[in-house]
Write a new protein. Structure first.
Length: 102
């Protein structure tokens, strides 16, 4: 689940770091009384990171092309992102594709 070799493991750690930072901010909106105002700041800050992941993952069915730990996280957290940012969710097809393939 942590990759086939050290290189894959490093990629998984990088993806997890980027994705968990963004998805953690999105999950935090569920507990923020002023979530409507805060959500604009969250998407502006994390959209470039999601774009980077979207480019890196590309058309692969899973983040590295095969099932790893990071795919579990993406599959789960994609629901939060879709719920809070439905339009932006559509702009990142890797989120839906990994969830569906998971």
């Amino acid at each position: 689940m942590l990759g086939k070799n050290a290189h894959d493991n490093a990629q998984i750690e990088s993806i997890l770091s980027i994705f968990e930072e963004a998805s953690g901010a999105v999950r935090g909106l569920f507990f923020n009384k002023d979530h409507e105002t805060a959500k604009t700041e969250v998407i502006q800050k994390y959209k470039p990171k999601l774009e980077l992941l979207n480019k890196f993952i590309g058309e692969k069915n899973f983040a590295l092309g095969y099932l790893t730990l990071v795919d579990f996280i993406i599959a789960e957290d994609s629901y939060y992102i879709e719920r809070v940012f439905p339009e932006e969710f559509k702009a990142f097809p890797f989120l839906h594709r990994i969830r569906e393939n998971f």
